[in-house]
Design a protein around this ligand. Structure first.
Ligand code: CP
Length: 307
């Protein structure tokens, strides 16, 4: 049995196969409509979510399976003090696979030690969000047709943005990928990502504080929200909340085939006028999340001998 706790749990070949499965699901939905008949997905969300939880649930339903779970810790026995270990030990008696989001970094890994079914990390604190990264990879593949020879700008809260950390780890496995890290100094990529991932892999990166300075060289612009819930004080959040707002003027020098991505939710870091620009792909990206999660559920259940 395998879990998905971090994107690097998957080999490049496994990611390629998962992307190919998602592409086949997009083309041939009927073929997959009953592969999870009689199986159950539990969504244990100790933190708020719209896209991840609902796309997981839609994914399982479109595979013929059923879903159960909770959308906030307050409606589970965690509010009475039950540990993650005990919660998961119980839920793995009720479901065939579990998607779990938790504010504590490493909580899904702890859960995996006690679970008798596959655990999927649906986001743990500021650490990692591997199914968002698979979503991002499917989006990059559909838009660019490749993962190598790309210049990727990552903009916003690069300190707390777990989607950014996961995507850098994933893209550092491909050749000739350059990173442009666009953030205020206080919200720059954590040192461990620079030393253990970027420096170790030898991928070039530069850090800038203004997106206008680098817009013309980007193939992908990955915008992120300032993560209000992870700041220690409201004043600190307010200082940074409008640090970057992408609008049509800032896109004047951008490539005509730029791909604009955002894991969403958006607060105000992309003006709504950008939504109609053909380069804006963030809503397609959210749809891709359902297809790649269908491919992931199928793959983990097959690896576990459950389907
Ligand atoms: N992208 C993402 O994780 O969105 P949700 O928080 O709505 O799940």
């Amino acid at each position: 049995m395998r879990h998905l706790l971090d994107t690097t749990d998957l080999s490049l070949e496994e990611i390629d196969t998962m992307i190919a499965t998602a592409m086949d699901i997009i083309e041939n939905k009927d073929k997959y409509a009953h592969i999870c008949d009689g199986k159950k997905l539990a969504t244990l969300f100790f933190e708020p979510s719209t896209r991840t939880r609902l796309s997981f649930e839609a994914a399982m339903m479109e595979l013929g399976g059923n879903v159960l779970g909770f959308s906030e810790a307050a409606s589970s026995s965690a509010s009475k003090g039950e540990s993650v270990e005990d919660t998961v030990r119980m839920v793995s008696c009720y479901a065939d696979i579990i998607a779990m989001r938790h504010p504590l970094e490493g909580a899904p890994r702890v859960a995996s030690f006690k679970s008798s079914v596959p655990i999927i990390n649906a986001g743990d604190g500021g650490h990692s969000h591997p199914t968002q990264t698979l979503t991002d990879l499917l989006t990059i593949y559909r838009e660019k047709g490749r993962f190598d020879n790309l210049t990727i700008g990552l903009c916003g809260d690069l300190k707390f943005g777990r989607t950014v950390h996961s995507l850098i780890k994933a893209m550092c496995r491909y050749k000739n990928v350059k990173f442009v890290l666009i953030s205020p100094k206080e919200l720059s990529v954590p040192d461990y990502i620079k030393s253990d991932v970027l420096d170790k892999s030898g991928h070039p990166y530069e850090e800038v504080e203004k997106m206008e300075l680098v817009m013309d060289k980007l193939d992908i612009l990955y915008m992120t929200r300032i993560q209000r819930e992870r700041f220690f004080s409201e004043d600190e959040y307010l200082k940074h909340k409008d640090a970057f707002v992408l609008d049509l003027k800032k896109l004047e020098n951008a490539k005509s085939d730029l791909t604009i991505m955002h894991p969403l939710p958006r607060v105000n870091e992309i003006a709504t006028e950008v939504d109609d620009d053909p380069r804006a792909k963030y809503f397609v990206q959210a749809l891709n999340g359902k297809y790649i999660r269908m491919a992931l559920i199928k793959t983990l259940l097959e690896w576990g001998g459950i389907i």
